[in-house]
Design a protein around this ligand. Structure first.
Ligand SMILES: Nc1ncnc2c1ncn2[C@@H]1O[C@H](COP(=O)(O)OP(=O)(O)OP(=O)(O)O)[C@@H](O)[C@H]1O
Length: 353
């Protein structure tokens, strides 16, 4: 178990240049005509014991990112290291051995639990596959897990439909915990729940993190909830991470124009601040990930767009210690040349070099 102060010293998850493209096929021969670039060159780390929030509009690639990190998909390119082990090219045998270390809690507990299995069978299934416990030991472990997530042991032989939405999510969490994972991808774990239940499930996840030293990637489009639970936050737009920063820095002083727009839409509880706040309304639709714009992915909707943004993809760089963003607004000027590297690139594009 990790104390809060001990968190954040060791990188548990290291993602570099990760790409997940889904092929688009057409015609009777199903020939490939393009790719949906769901995750397009994404790099970030997650420190042991922390919660990294991953936010962005629907369809920006959050779930695909979580799934490919757990190798539920085969990545198109890039490196995924969890606890020092490279997963991007791991074979099925290696993945099977590593599976207990990394788990997922899904959005819709109704859909992710087999309706024909009892709670004990659902929670015990990973134990059957990955451990050699006796029948009695397995039942003890199932009870222990039910206790840990606040489910009554007496209900072990009931079926998922006999539980409320919040209780079903607790079953999903107990199942994810069965093999003592280190890393859990929580994919919109509260989005399908009543608002009154959401806080209970988030509190449970936080409590389990403290007790078991878990590391979370917490995927959500609920920026207020992410502010509550995350230590650091990554903002995704059209397959790319545009900003990553410690939580308070990001919410108090967003740097990327997309983050600024997203946060301007979050309601402020203080009515005085709320009436004075300026909303940034983004115009235009999110482009298709099958045909993203040239240059910066956000250039078609950015209120601060410059010429360079239509031509050069801004690199994802550390702008301040611990703060990363991909935006030409923050390019350093090379004083000797009087131009930034990106401006040089733009000049060569314009000159057709
Ligand atoms: N299996 C798949 N095959 C083809 N395209 C896919 C597949 N899964 C996702 N996509 C596409 O990849 C893009 C990113 O989808 P993804 O579900 O990862 O986004 P998201 O940010 O999690 O959205 P949401 O919040 O709505 O779940 C979308 O355009 C989606 O249609």
């Amino acid at each position: 178990m990790l104390d809060r102060a001990e968190r954040g010293h060791r990188k548990l998850v290291e993602i570099k240049g990760l790409k997940m493209y889904f092929p688009i096929t057409a015609g009777i021969f199903r020939s490939k005509v393009g790719d949906v670039k769901a995750v397009d060159d994404v790099s970030f780390d997650i420190y042991e014991g922390e919660t990294l929030g991953l936010v962005g509009e629907s369809g920006c690639g959050k779930s695909t990112c979580g799934r490919v990190i757990l190798r539920l998909y085969d990545p198109t390119d890039g490196s995924i290291r969890i606890d020092g082990v490279e997963l991007s090219d791991a074979d099925s045998g290696t993945l099977r051995k590593l599976r207990p270390t990394m788990q997922m809690v899904f959005q819709d507990p109704q859909a992710s639990l087999n309706p024909r299995m009892t709670v004990a069978a659902i929670i015990g299934e990973p134990l059957d596959e990955h451990s050699r416990l006796s029948k009695a030991e397995k039942l003890d472990r199932i009870y222990e897990l039910m206790d840990a997530v606040g489910l009554n042991r007496n209900f072990a032989n009931r079926y998922p439909h006999e539980f409320s939405g919040g209780q079903r999510q607790r079953i999903g969490i107990a199942r994810a915990l069965a093999l003592n994972p280190k890393f859990i991808v929580c994919d919109e774990p509260i989005a399908a729940l009543d608002v009154s239940i959401q806080a209970q499930v988030v509190n449970l996840l936080e409590d389990l993190q403290d007790r078991l030293g878990l590391t979370y990637l917490f995927i959500s489009h609920d920026l207020s909830m992410v502010r509550h639970i995350a230590d650091r936050v990554a903002v995704m737009y059209l397959g790319r991470i545009v900003e990553l920063a410690p939580r308070d820095a990001l919410y108090d002083r967003p740097m990327h124009p997309y983050t600024q727009a997203l946060l301007s839409a979050v309601p402020e509880p203080d009515p005085e601040i709320e009436t004075e706040r300026k909303r940034i309304i983004l115009t235009g639709d999110v482009p298709s990930p099958a045909n993203p714009p040239k240059g910066c992915n956000f250039c078609t909707r950015c209120p601060k767009v410059m010429e360079i943004c239509h031509n050069v993809n801004p690199p994802f760089r550390e702008l301040e210690p611990g703060r990363f963003a991909a935006c030409h607004l923050y390019e350093d000027t090379d004083t000797t040349a009087g131009k930034t590297a990106a401006q040089e690139e733009l000049t060569s594009i314009q000159q057709g070099v």
